[in-house]
Ligand binder design. Structure first.
Ligand code: BG6
Length: 489
């Protein structure tokens, strides 16, 4: 029997939505151009908009042509695109999808990508299951589930329960695009492909760690969704920043194989000391940018935070009592994500009594975006007869000029095709992450005081400093800058 069908297909639910348009289709397009997609791979967009295939192709064409990545491979890419209109509530839609996918020996391997509102995740899964489209009779079926996986611990449990009724854990790909960023994956390489860090990577040498994700944009375009389902702790800390923390703090995995990596990450997340909500002000800060309440789609008097800072401790042998400070915010002064590791001071201030009364601690700074850099701040002698010191920066850009940085989604979408789940979250990771932020979110929800306010374009609320344990700890606002600080008091 000959099957005029494809070896696998990407089915995108919510194909006309923002994520599909801005991230998924451009990523698939890049994979196509770079030759990663087999000749017979098809991409099916599913949406409510009653497009014909050619309308959708035109729409995608316009979108890609307006991007910087438009190239000569456009035509070949369009041949891969197909469109199926319908309501995700409607059983007939799943029948039509089944016909498109094919049956029996001609069934394809299929990736279903849930790029729809989280409220629809269960509905779509059930629709697919009832139409028999999740069963792996001939070929595999994989489901990519976008974050948020639930909106708190209980809803994550409920969602998991529903998904597990129809899918095995091996079929579920819980995506956290932050982990797909090259600069985030570089954390693993920095830690485990070098020997110089590991001996210092513990409570004996590290004073504290800061993880920052700052954005200049507000919530435009998704205000009402963010107001109802977001908040900085839920939107960024529970997922992206805790993943960064886990990669920074975990023990060396046995291998880079998915279960080894995820075993280590989950161990770190489970070791995090529960936040003491009776002392919340010294552990967590929430704030809202001025003007948030005036934006269309925001509920009057909303307490949703657009900025959150959180102090966490990893209670294990390596990290006991080393604070990890996490912060994230929208409408801030600068777009910058980075990790800043401050080392302890030398056991003796040998230079006391000289011109260099203060010797600053060392910092390791890892830029995540926009600068993909690794810097080490160390003290050095200022040339001259006097003994004075200043901080100098050993500064290295990770990429070489002309090297192309892949978008996070490119790598992750390819991993799904290849069945590599290492960068996707296992359910126990998600659950552990919710257990960390849930008590904080609940305490905030019970607090009748409105969040603090910070001006648009600022560094965030001043009160974010109140979570530091020591008077000499403060937020790093920038990457290193050579010769900036003179060690002379
Ligand atoms: C998303 C959040 O997951 O990550 C957004 O929902 C946030 O609110 C975004 O802006 C940040 O990721 P990136 O890759 O755009 O920096």
């Amino acid at each position: 029997m000959s099957c005029a069908t494809e070896s696998h297909a990407y089915v995108i639910f919510g194909a006309t939505g923002n994520l599909a348009t801005v991230k998924l289709l451009p990523a698939l397009y890049q994979l196509h151009c770079l030759g990663y997609l087999a000749a017979d791979v098809k991409i099916l967009g599913c949406g409510r908009t009653p497009h014909q295939r050619d309308d959708w192709r035109d729409q995608v064409r316009k979108m890609l042509a307006s991007g910087t990545n438009a190239g000569s491979c456009l035509e070949g890419f369009f041949q891969r695109l197909d469109y199926l209109a319908g309501s995700l509530e409607d059983a007939a839609f799943y029948q039509a999808l089944g016909t498109w996918i094919g049956t029996g020996e001609c069934a394809r391997n299929v990736i279903f990508y849930l790029s729809v509102s989280p409220e629809l995740y269960v509905r779509v899964t059930m629709g697919l299951a009832q139409a028999g489209l999740l069963a792996e009779r001939n070929g595999w079926r994989r489901m990519v589930v976008e974050k948020p996986f639930g909106h708190d611990l209980q809803s994550a449990r409920d969602l998991q329960h529903e998904l597990k009724a129809h899918l095995s854990e091996e079929q579920i790909y819980r995506i956290d695009h932050y982990v797909g960023k090259e600069s985030v994956q570089n954390l693993l390489v920095l830690r485990f492909a070098n020997m110089i860090l590991e001996p210092l990577w513990n409570r004996h040498y590290i004073d504290h760690v800061q993880i920052t994700h700052a954005e200049t944009v507000g919530v435009d375009g998704r205000a009402s969704y963010y107001d109802r389902h977001g908040g900085a702790a839920r939107d960024m800390i529970q997922s992206h920043l805790l993943q960064v923390l886990a990669l920074l703090a975990m023990e060396p995995p046995v291998s880079l194989e998915a279960e080894s990596l995820r075993d280590e990450k989950v161990k770190v997340l489970r070791s995090i000391r529960p936040v003491d909500v009776s002392q919340l002000a010294s552990h967590a800060v929430r704030a809202q940018y001025a003007g948030y309440q005036m934006e269309a789609g925001i509920a009057p008097g909303s307490h949703t935070e657009t900025y959150a800072a959180l102090k966490l401790y990893v209670d294990n042998w390596r990290w006991r009592d080393v604070p990890f400070y996490l912060r994230t915010g929208k409408s801030l002064k600068e777009r910058r994500s980075m990790v800043a590791v401050r080392f302890r001071e030398p056991p003796m201030q040998l230079f006391q009594g000289t011109g260099a009364a203060i010797v600053h601690p060392n910092w390791l700074l890892i830029g995540i975006q926009p600068d993909d850099v690794v810097q080490m701040e160390i003290s050095a002698k200022v040339p001259g007869a006097e003994t004075r010191t200043r901080q100098i920066v050993m500064d290295a850009s990770v990429g070489n000029p002309g090297e192309r940085k892949a978008d996070a989604y490119e790598e992750l979408l390819l991993d799904v095709i290849e069945g590599n789940r290492a960068l996707f979250l296992r359910y126990d990771e998600v659950k552990a992450a919710w257990s960390i932020v849930d008590p904080v979110m609940r305490a905030w929800a019970d607090d009748e005081h409105p969040p603090l306010q910070y001006p648009v374009g600022s560094l965030g609320p001043k009160a974010a400093n109140q979570i530091f344990d020591q008077a000499d700890q403060e937020w790093r606002q920038t990457l290193g800058c050579n010769g900036k600080a003179d060690g002379k008091s």
